[in-house]
Each structure stands twice: as C-alpha cells, then as structure tokens.
Design a protein around this ligand. Structure first.
Ligand code: HEM
Length: 203
C-alpha cells in the first residue's frame, strides 16, 4: 500500500510552527539554582534614562537562586533605600553589610527581567524620590552551582559567563528542532516521490 505522508507531515509542521510562535511570547527569565553576579543600573522611574541615583550604584550585584527564588545583594552608597513590595508599599530594605558610605541590601527579586522600584530620601533636597534598579542581563555570570550559605554581599570574583535562559526556551528549541527535522523529511519525501513518478513514467 502506498501512503502519501506529505499531507500529515505538512499539518504537523504547521502545528509545530504555530505552537513555537505562541511559546515565544511573554517568556520570563528563570535562573537555575546557584550563585551569580550581575551588573545593574539606576534608571529613571518613568523615562528611559539614567537616574540621578546612578552615582550611588556599586557593581556588581550578587544573586542567590534557591528553588528558583532569587535573592539579590545590591550595594549602593548614600542613605537607606526602601523597596516596593508586592502590595505597592515601600519598606526599608534589609542591610546585610556596611562599609563606609556603602550599604549592601538583601532584596527578594521575583524575576531579573523586572525592575526593583526604589524610594530614597534626598536630604539635600528634602524630597522622597523613586527610581528603578534594572539588571543588565548581558553581564550575568554564574559563580557557583547550588546554593551558598553566605548571606552578605561578599566580593564577587570572575566566573563563567552565562546567558539567561528564558522560560519556554527549551520548549521552543525542541519544537524548532522538530520543525527543522520535519522540513528535511518533507523535502526528502517529495524528492523520493518525484523520482518514483519519473521512474514510472520512463517504464
Ligand atoms: C544637592 C543634591 C541634590 C539635589 C538638590 C537634588 C534635587 C533633586 C530634584 C529637585 C529632583 C526632582 C524631583 C521632582 O521632580 O519631584 C531630583 C530627583 C531625583 N534625585 Fe536628586 N538631588 C540631589 C541629590 C541626589 C542624590 C545624591 C541622589 C541619589 C540617590 C538623588 C536621586 C534622585 C532621584 C532618584 C530623582 C528622581 C529622578 C531620577 O531618577 O533622576 N538626588 N533631585
């Protein structure tokens, strides 16, 4: 019995392309458990420009990832910061180390794609101002696998550079691989069928 498999293969290919394109949207960065360092920037709360608070940034920050939960150790100069919690309230960030004018804060971060919203009192101006701490994902480096027992900012030495994997990334690449295989299979099937036809015509 001669089976035409081109049609079902084409349908499967359309299905894969559709789901691969769906999975690419809205993906959030997730990190394997371990210890990382990453640079960050202080950005204006609403505008795409550096904040005045950029002058207080001490890079890099250190990240500890345990069971997917991210704790960031962020060092800044100047006065105590408050960070926005999930209810939208600003609460004093926990200081885990102090060195002269520098303070290292321990901050829970849901996702390194998202900014940490910070509020600070500027005594010179007598105002409370807000800005965003934004992680520069291209600078992410893995320092150690698993979890670390230390709870201070510590000094971050150089480590292996990693790209931040995106949720759904492995799914997308598996689907993309399957799609590529199917395209090859379809092409091979088409060539075989064409040659069979030519052969039959020549008989
Ligand atoms: C002589 C010292 C300073 C003066 C007179 C001053 C004054 C001001 C003023 C007038 C604003 C605009 C506020 C508004 O539009 O409501 C502002 C914004 C701001 N200032 Fe300062 N400032 C000073 C130093 C600093 C320092 C040391 C920091 C460090 C954290 C800082 C962080 C900010 C931030 C985060 C904003 C919000 C806009 C942005 O992100 O750039 N300022 N400042």
């Amino acid at each position: 019995m001669r089976m035409n498999i081109v049609k079902p293969l084409t349908s499967l290919l359309v299905f894969i392309v559709f789901f691969t394109s769906l999975s690419g949207t809205g993906a959030a960065a997730s990190l394997d458990d371990g210890e990382y360092e990453i640079n960050f920037k202080a950005m204006h709360l609403t505008e795409e420009k550096e904040s005045q608070a950029q002058q207080t940034v001490v890079n890099p920050a250190r990240l500890e990832v345990t069971n997917g939960s991210i704790t960031a150790f962020i060092t800044l100069t100047g006065s105590q910061i408050r960070v926005e919690n999930s209810s939208g309230e600003f609460v004093a960030a926990e200081v885990v180390a102090e060195d002269g004018d520098k303070k290292t804060y321990k901050v829970s971060v849901a996702n390194i794609d998202d900014p940490v919203i910070v509020e600070i009192h500027v005594a010179q101006a007598g105002i409370d101002v807000q800005y965003r701490i934004v992680f520069e994902q291209s600078t992410l480096k893995k320092l150690a696998e698993g979890t670390s027992s230390s709870s201070t900012g510590g000094d971050a030495s150089s480590g292996e550079k990693v790209t931040s994997p995106e949720t759904g990334d492995s799914f997308s690449s598996t689907m993309a691989g399957l799609g590529a295989m199917l395209v090859l299979l379809l092409a091979a099937t088409a060539v075989i069928q064409w040659r069979k036809k030519r052969f039959a015509e020549n008989l």
